[in-house]
Ligand binder design. Structure first.
Ligand SMILES: [Zn+2]
Ligand SMILES: [Zn+2]
Length: 195
């Protein structure tokens, strides 16, 4: 698939800008986020990057941005989560077929064959080969990385009352009143209730 191609052959020392739009169809199936809202098709995500040559290496610096529908881990409400994942990827050239085979991972050899790109473990380094590399797999990994581990509809979401199940963003439940009531208030009520 000729998706998200980066023509590395023409890169020079001066950075060149590239923009990509990643449709949901490309990444939705690759991301294993249980909180992800898969019913409503999300708008495409965007990657803007600058690529340049550093010696024989390539340096790709950019940011993934966009919005996905997630389910809040505290109140279970669906909300639009803004994604923003900066990245910096250094790619070393793989010289000749011999060193391609020398890359231990079958996965890495496949990546080089199909995409001209083999990613390291940390998504910060890798190898490239050929005049054009395809960034589809890298973008998929980047999106997975950008997904929050504990999605929150807002930083201070009060969540659901563990006692009565009330949505505490909407209503104050009695359980909460009991918890915050001061001992003085309890004493006062005892006094007042005396005949
Ligand atoms: Zn919430
Ligand atoms: Zn409650």
């Amino acid at each position: 698939m000729a998706e998200f191609a980066l023509p590395v052959e023409r890169l020079r020392d001066d950075p060149e800008r590239f923009e990509y739009e990643i449709p949901a169809a490309h990444w939705l199936a690759r991301v294993e986020a249980s909180d992800l809202d898969r019913e409503e098709a999300p708008a495409p995500l965007r990657v803007e990057l600058e690529a340049r040559r550093v010696g024989t290496d390539l340096l790709l610096e950019g940011t993934l941005t966009g919005e996905v529908g997630l389910e809040c881990s505290r109140c279970a409400r669906r909300y639009a989560h803004a994604l923003r994942e900066p990245f910096r990827l250094v790619l070393e050239p793989v010289e000749g077929a011999g060193s391609v085979e020398a890359l231990d991972e079958p996965e890495g050899r496949r990546g080089l064959r199909e995409n001209g790109l083999c990613l390291g473990e940390d998504l910060e380094a890798g190898w490239f080969r050929g005049p054009v590399i395809r960034l589809g797999e890298f973008f998929g990994e980047l999106i997975a990385l950008a997904m929050p581990i504990q999605p929150l509809c807002r930083e201070d979401c009060p969540g659901i009352c563990p006692h009565c199940g009330a949505d505490r963003a909407e209503e104050r439940c009695a359980c909460e009143d009991e918890k915050v009531e001061s001992p003085f208030a309890v004493l006062r009520r005892l006094k007042e209730s005396k005949p």
